[in-house]
Design a protein around this ligand. Structure first.
Ligand code: HAM
Length: 421
């Protein structure tokens, strides 16, 4: 039997109802904050990610699903959403027609990481990109949307950490200092193999190495390093002022650098207490050079992405809760052929009136039909037999209270609508 590819999975009902709920609530939050949806292709030129995410990052070096197509083009499945959105922004001349854009996206991303709980090769992100402003109020708003998304979806045990990476010059300064400090022989000898390589290729990534040994060495040697210019310091102070105004709890963590090269100034990460090793539920930051690096004008921008798979894990709802929440309004059970035809027609009327309802298609016994009603978590069951058709009425059972009432056919739709509202 052919199976789903490792690190990918099917999202089946009733679990898919939970996904829809998260997506619907998130769209509502984005609308509240004035964000509009953007949809970009799943495949892009590989060069887009090499240029933006960075040649030396894990994503580009080891994790992209890349291939050469029939036209000899280097193509990759998108590992993230920011670079494609900046590409779309510039390609569609938004920088010229309407430079300030507040865009959101929901969709699958692909990274060839080693699969484990909460880490997939096809995962899903809900994110936003606000392009065209340097205002620190925007950083705070972006963080506010992220927090509002978590709260609206009922996710509580999260923790927000912020850092200031500074502008490109500040980052260069920091990289240079890190290179100097950590290439010193006795220090370097204590680093993991990856970090030994990072000293030369991407020193900033030393700061967020998860290896315990490296964390110790880095905390010993990375202290009070001054690398931020006064503008960047001021920008961050303003961001924090706005976040304080919104009363969003956070801590500043100087070891947050993020695994994508395009970040400048504010970066942030949200972790969740119940998610185990893969506890980053969302992350983002400013990327003030990306638009110009991609050939556009010099414009500030800021964004984030939440991992939907991890949001669903954090919600931790069991199958029964999800099923109950996703249940239908009414199951129509029938006894006899005449009753089935009547019910079939009624079903159409009920659906037209906005009542979600279903019926058995196999003319099974009443007992099995009641089992189906249960399986679909129906709020009410309507029972129609040939006798009821003769009397022009149906029996309605409330599945919560187990009460039964008789309702005449002409009153059915209104009566049921009244009960489910
Ligand atoms: P990222 O930190 O690479 O940022 O990913 C954001 C979130 O996607 C992570 O916090 C995590 O929840 C989820 N995620 C990432 N990889 C996986 C995986 N293999 N399996 C499951 N979930 C995963 C970005 O992608 C940036 N584009 C965010 C951004 C937007 N920055 C500015 N604008």
């Amino acid at each position: 039997m052919i199976k789903a590819i490792r690190g990918t999975r099917d999202i089946l009902p009733p679990g898919s109802n939970e996904w829809q709920k998260v997506e619907d609530l998130s769209r509502r939050v984005f609308r509240l904050f004035g964000y509009s949806e953007i949809r970009t292709p799943i495949i892009e030129e590989t060069a887009l990610f090499v240029k933006s995410v960075g040649e030396e990052t894990d994503i580009v070096k080891k994790e992209m699903f890349s291939f050469v197509d029939r036209g000899e083009r280097d193509i990759s499945l998108r590992p993230e959403g920011t670079a494609p959105i900046v590409r779309a922004y510039l390609e569609n001349n938004l920088d010229k027609t309407d430079p300030f854009q507040k865009l959101y996206y929901i969709g699958p991303m692909f990274r060839a990481e080693r699969p484990q709980a909460g880490r997939l090769r096809q995962f899903h992100q809900i994110g936003l990109e606000a392009i065209g402003s340097n205002s620190p109020a925007l950083d705070a708003e972006v963080i506010n949307v992220l927090i509002r998304l978590l709260e609206t979806n009922g996710i509580k045990k999260y923790e927000l950490k912020l850092n200031n990476l500074g502008c490109r010059e500040d980052k260069k300064k920091l990289s240079k200092t890190l290179k100097e400090v950590f290439s010193e022989k006795t220090v370097s000898a204590r680093l993991c193999e990856d970090c030994k390589r990072r000293v030369a290729t991407n020193p900033l990534r030393l700061l967020d190495c998860k290896e315990e040994g490296c964390r110790l060495v880095i905390r010993e040697h990375f202290k009070n390093v001054e690398f931020l210019c006064s503008d960047c310091k001021e920008h961050f102070a303003e961001v924090l002022k706005f976040i304080d105004l919104l009363k969003i709890p956070y801590s500043v963590d100087p070891y947050i650098v993020r695994g994508l090269d395009y970040y400048t100034r504010t970066v942030f990460e949200v972790t969740h207490k119940d998610l185990g090793a893969q506890n980053a539920i969302g992350a983002g930051g400013r990327y003030d050079n990306l638009i110009s690096d991609m050939g556009g004008p010099s414009l500030g921008a800021c964004g984030f992405a939440l991992g939907v798979d991890r949001m669903i894990m954090a919600l931790g709802k069991d199958a029964e809760t999800v099923k109950a929440a996703a249940g239908i309004d009414l199951f129509v059970a029938t006894i006899g052929k005449e009753a089935y035809s009547k019910a079939f027609l009624l079903l159409n009327e009920l659906r037209g009136a906005g009542v979600s309802c279903d019926i058995d298609y196999e003319l099974r016994s009443l007992k099995s039909q009641m089992r189906s009603a249960d399986k679909q978590a129906a709020r009410f069951v309507m029972i129609i037999g040939d006798d009821e058709v003769a009397k022009s009425e149906a029996v309605l059972r409330d599945m919560k209270t187990r009460e039964q009432t008789n309702i005449r056919f002409p009153d059915l739709v209104n009566s049921i609508k009244g009960k489910i509202c």
